[in-house]
Design a binder for this molecule. Structure first.
Ligand code: ZN
Length: 142
């Protein structure tokens, strides 16, 4: 049974570099993306303002974390052999336990935003204008 609900979506842009391990394709080598995040917040009813959530609040939470941690960083797996070289050279790196795919990056941002108190339903990361990965909370909306 699907219940009626409202949903708002905030877009946030950021730039990142990465490369994928155990993968044959363009993302095998170091390169960058102009990523576009879409953050969905949903609710069955609106607050006193008539809102699901304030767009500015979503932006503040997510953009601050992304700007601090991932924007203009090389996002790499902890198992990437180039990691120590970049760290030695003081290059900005964000290290993940998993392969830094769009799926895993979306999941990390989703979880960090939730830890910061944002009750978000889904996070989508557009890696290119035609390709996105999404991560959805098992329990969402309120
Ligand atoms: Zn890539």
């Amino acid at each position: 049974m699907a219940m009626s609900q409202f949903k708002v979506t905030k877009q946030i842009e950021f730039c990142y570099g990465h490369r994928l391990l155990n993968y044959d394709g363009k993302c095998k080598h170091l390169h960058g993306h102009n990523g576009l995040l879409e953050i969905d917040v949903a609710a069955g009813s609106l607050d006193a303002r008539g809102m699901v959530a304030d767009f500015g609040d979503i932006k503040d939470v997510v953009k601050e974390w992304v700007d601090t941690n991932m924007d203009h960083q090389m996002i790499l797996s902890k198992d990437d052999p180039i990691l120590n070289l970049l760290l030695d050279l003081n290059e900005p790196v964000y290290v993940m336990d998993e392969n830094p795919t769009a799926e895993n990056i979306a999941k990390r941002i989703h979880e960090e935003a939730q830890n910061a108190g944002l009750d978000i339903m889904e996070t989508r990361l557009w890696e290119t204008p035609s390709s996105y990965a999404s991560y959805t909370s098992s329990e969402s909306g309120s």
